[in-house]
Design a protein around this ligand. Sequence first.
Ligand SMILES: [Zn+2]
Length: 330
Amino acid sequence: MGENTDDLILGVDLRGSKILAAVVNSRGEILSSNESATPVTGGHGVVIQAIVDSSHRVLKQAGIAISELIAIGVGAPGLSNPETGILFTSPNLPGWRNVPLRDIMQERLGKKTFVINDANAAALGEFCFGAAHGARNFIYVTFSTGIGGGIVIEGKIYTGAIGAAGEVGHMTIDDEGPICNCGSRGCWETVASGTALAKEARRKIKEGVRTSILEYAEGDVEKVTAPVIHSAAKQGDRLAKELIARTGYYVGVGLANLINIFNPELIVIGGGLSNIGDMLLEPAFKVAGERAYKEAFQAVHFASAELGRNSGVLGAATYALQEMGKLIGE
Ligand SMILES: [Zn+2]
């Protein structure tokens, strides 16, 4: 690994539940990685200390000193400005308000640091090393507890005026729909996320609809999750199948909007909910085909994300590398 010492980056994927840190080279190879729980209730000081600790561990594992890194890239959930490295707010990091994440990291680790939205990072990861390799215009959408997105236009992540672009999960799909974490109503993630699917199932169960879903959740309605509903659907449970198809319908409505606005050549779909596969995606693609312009729909390819849990660290590292290249070039 000695010959790569000039292109090593530390990538960090900060989530509400976990911190994943990895030492990465410019070919997207992971030399070492470390996962730890996010001490989310401790506030930003405690969480940033946990990132610093995790960074030291992963560097030690790889046998690399901080001085050998080119830069550090951090993918963080919520709204952040990549120009200033300030994280404005995050539904997954309660209490965080205008935290100068980049500057604090830089001060603690003594290394140039860049901050990017987590879904934008994942999009960049898939663009450079995964399912979107070679694409020029594509959209990455991750369906999980929420819905995140990243927009790549002409080979560059599109971050918008203050870095808030790509929040596809918060486009309004149902103007009278459920209240969203963001404060709005009927956002895409309130009807097409894993959380939305589970919530609707719990509501139906409480209403007394006949279903075997509870058998897959230890009889506890609070333990009903998207994977539980999927298990029941695979065994032919009617409600479970209907709920997944309904979620797929809303997935498709949102995809149609993205297709009509961006005319992407590719949409990369990731996130835990998408593991449901055809049962969710067939109705989604059907609805997207019915609602989007026919020519634009015919021009788009769909692909599954390929990098799994590593998309965020690879993308955050890539972002840092790209930005350093830009800085050196200027
Ligand atoms: Zn919202």
